[in-house]
Design a protein around this ligand. Structure first.
Ligand SMILES: [Fe+2]
Ligand SMILES: [Fe+2]
Length: 254
């Protein structure tokens, strides 16, 4: 059941993925890339929520959205600064570390947010679930980040805000749609589920695509290479005399 809650209760699914999150965040290079991506998502989300503040006709929501947007911009700055600090400390130059985003998706889910054309009810439901997901994942990230106390402190700080966002969106949804708020939350949940499925399917398709191309490379190409080499061996080396019928004068184009 949905209700305001404290931030230290990640979902069972996120708890199940803890070893994967620990593995992803242990690598300094992956940590930098993750933090940069989180910074981008938070800033984009802040921009969308600022847009929501512009379009809503509810004065209380406008004020809350504005404060929310400022928080998200600040989170973006915190993530980017930490990524920059880690980058300065890092000596590695490679930039192709596996991120596993489709397997253990990023923090917020605000990247799927579309403000224009949405009612306050459906937007609040979507925001509530996004913030809930963020609070759950940031709790896990904070817990697996014991080896990096400064990054851990950032997650702890942001987690506090995400918990506030999760709770205020729920309270406001219950205020603006007292009889239909559960239906809005379920609709938003199904929409998020569908997007998660698409993300997972795209990730799996990428992996299967790589496997198929690798198999084709090692199974289909060698016979062609062998036929080409055999044909090359049958060719005579050097100049070859032209046959008599092709010795005529050049009186046409071909
Ligand atoms: Fe945030
Ligand atoms: Fe948030």
């Amino acid at each position: 059941m949905d209700s305001p809650r404290s931030h230290d209760r990640p979902t069972a699914f996120d708890r199940m993925l803890t070893p994967i999150h620990r593995w992803i965040w242990r690598n300094a290079e992956r940590r930098v890339q993750k933090l940069l991506r989180f910074g981008e998502t938070e800033t984009d989300g802040g921009r969308d929520i600022l847009r929501a503040a512009e379009v809503t006709s509810d004065p209380l929501l406008r004020r809350l959205y504005r404060e929310h947007a400022i928080d998200e911009f600040r989170h973006g700055v915190l993530f980017r600064r930490r990524a920059a600090a880690l980058l300065r400390e890092s000596t590695s130059s490679s930039n192709a570390a596996f991120q596993g985003d489709w397997l253990a998706p990023g923090g917020h889910g605000l990247d799927d947010l579309q403000v224009d054309g949405e009612s306050d009810d459906s937007l609040l439901a979507f925001l509530h679930l996004s913030e809930k997901a963020a609070a759950s994942r940031f709790t896990i990230y904070r817990d697996v980040m014991r080896h990096d106390p400064r990054t851990r402190a950032i997650f702890e700080e942001i987690l506090h805000d995400e918990t506030f966002h999760m709770n205020y969106t729920f309270t406001q949804l219950a205020r603006v749609a007292p009889e239909r708020y559960r239906r809005h939350i379920w609709r938003a949940r199904l929409s998020r589920l569908w997007r998660s499925y698409l993300r997972l399917a795209a990730g799996l398709a990428g992996i299967f695509g790589s496997i198929m191309l690798t198999i084709q490379y090692f199974v289909l190409l060698p016979p062609f290479a062998w036929f080409a080499k055999r044909a090359e061996r049958r060719e005579h080396a050097g100049w070859i005399p032209v046959s008599a019928e092709r010795q005529g004068s050049l009186d046409r184009q071909y």
